[in-house]
Design a protein around this ligand. Structure first.
Ligand SMILES: Cc1cc2nc3c(=O)[nH]c(=O)nc-3n(C[C@H](O)[C@H](O)[C@H](O)COP(=O)(O)OP(=O)(O)OC[C@H]3O[C@@H](n4cnc5c(N)ncnc54)[C@H](O)[C@@H]3O)c2cc1C
Length: 415
């Protein structure tokens, strides 16, 4: 496909979701800063405040939504079947892997993703510990390969659609999608992962996409040149982002609560972030305040050891802390979640007080099965999962094996 051209101003809050979506979806584009552009296509005024995209066919769309972009790319599709064998929610590594295995094994498979294919992994600049890629692989590239593989095997991918409510009857899961459509499947795999937590500062919402970002999408690195960038968090996602952004920014500060990185960061990343000269680690530190007019201009950090408070000027704060599982949709179902919202599966269900009244079968739940028979969970969304690409991929594949077992059991019982 020829490249599309994205027009905008670097700090506009409207531009970030578009850049992020294109980058995560591995769509090549040329970037034109409207403040500096010499020549503009007809229909786009110099100094325009809204972004625009010129598509390869010549069509210019002013202020497009992410959905409109996906529509123009031909990625918005309708379900092909009234009923699927398996519906999979979330197209991160776990969901993509489940989709590839399910469809390659002949199951009618639908994969529903509310944002961009790739999930958290799709935002990673370089995954270096996934087997088979000694030089590492960009998360978006890995996801795009998986997307193409899934399509090759006939998976229906419903992009920018979100499962918001599920009900289980007649050996089927019936899911309401945001926007009104319904999906029916004989089994389902929930692979909805986790999302970054907020700092919960009073004016945080005001600076969302105006200097405060959740995650550290690789798309923003280009726009950090000559800037001091702050990344909150001491986990692998923060460490990876710090080492990647250090190639663009003047200085990268990692803001971490603890006094050491060893417990939260892989050893190879500890070595890297502590040796790159323009990365500084601010230990025992938390963000206390955000300041700015229209855009973020500064942050106040508290050092918990000596009690000092320091203001730092910055227009880029990336928050890469903690995870909140995406399981709100399960609130009104018999699916048991732990107090933090993670889906409880397999043996972990045994001691839960609600379990006996939820579980109707004489057999115990399979390893990745939730407290509703035929409803499985894979990847980060699952209680006690290992938060890694490889384990998410492995669980996606394993969930499909268990779906086969479950479907055979239902077929036997109903034949
Ligand atoms: C920046 C970064 C770097 C990382 N680097 C590494 C690394 O180098 N090595 C490594 O092993 N791990 C790494 N990780 C961790 C790894 O990416 C995760 O463990 C992995 O992505 C988990 O996969 P998942 O499929 O379970 O969930 P996710 O990747 O979280 O995907 C879940 C998907 O579900 C979608 N979704 C949520 N709710 C709904 C809904 N209701 N309906 C439809 N879709 C929904 C989300 O939009 C998302 O796309 C990194 C994580 C981050 C953030």
């Amino acid at each position: 496909m020829n490249k599309l051209t994205l027009y905008g101003t670097p700090d506009s809050p409207d531009i970030y979701p578009l850049r992020d979506f294109l980058q995560r979806s591995v769509v090549a584009y040329d970037w034109v800063d409207l403040n500096e552009a010499q020549q503009l296509p007809a229909g786009l005024a110099a100094g325009a405040q809204v972004p625009a995209i010129a598509f390869p066919g010549g069509q210019l769309v002013l202020n497009p939504t992410v959905e409109e972009v996906a529509q123009h790319l031909g990625w918005i599709t309708k379900p092909s079947y009234q009923e699927y064998d398996v519906s999979i929610y979330g197209a991160g590594p776990a969901g993509l892997s489940a989709a590839v295995y399910a469809a390659s094994e002949g199951l009618r498979t639908v994969l529903v993703e509310r944002e961009a294919v790739g999930g958290q992994a799709g935002t990673s600049s370089l995954i270096e510990n996934y087997m088979g890629f000694p030089e590492g692989i960009g998360g978006a590239e890995l996801a795009e390969r998986a997307r193409q593989q899934a399509l090759k095997f006939g998976v229906d991918i419903l992009l920018l659609r979100e499962g918001i409510k599920g009900s289980f009857y007649n050996h089927r899961i019936h899911v309401d999608l945001a926007g009104g459509a319904k999906l029916v499947a004989r089994a389902n795999i929930c692979a909805t992962g986790v999302e970054y937590a907020k700092l919960n500062l009073p004016n945080e919402g005001r600076f969302f996409n105006k200097g405060v970002y959740y995650g550290a999408g690789a798309s923003e690195a280009l726009f950090c040149s000559n800037k001091d960038v702050f990344i909150v968090g001491g986990g692998n996602s923060a460490g990876q982002a710090a080492s990647y952004f250090a190639g663009f920014a003047r200085r990268v500060y990692m803001v971490i609560r603890k006094g050491s990185l060893a417990a939260t960061l892989s050893d190879y990343l500890v070595k890297r972030v502590t040796t790159i000269p323009n990365i500084e680690i601010l230990y025992h530190s938390t963000v206390q305040e955000l300041a700015g007019d229209q855009l973020l201009e500064g942050i106040k950090l508290l050092n918990s050891v000596d009690g000092t408070e320091t203001w730092y000027p910055t227009s880029k704060l990336f928050i890469c802390i903690g995870g909140k599982p995406n399981t709100d949709w399960a609130a009104e179902t018999a699916i048991i979640r732990d107090p933090n919202g993670y889906l409880v599966t397999g043996n972990d269900l045994a001691g839960r007080p609600q379990f006996p009244e939820c579980w109707p079968l004489p057999r115990p739940p399979y390893h990745l099965e939730t407290s509703v028979p035929g409803s499985f969970a894979a990847g980060d969304v699952r209680l006690n999962s290992v938060k890694r690409v490889a384990s998410a991929v492995g669980e996606g594949a394993m969930a499909v094996t268990l779906v086969h077992k479950y479907l055979a059991e239902v077929d036997k019982a109903t034949s």
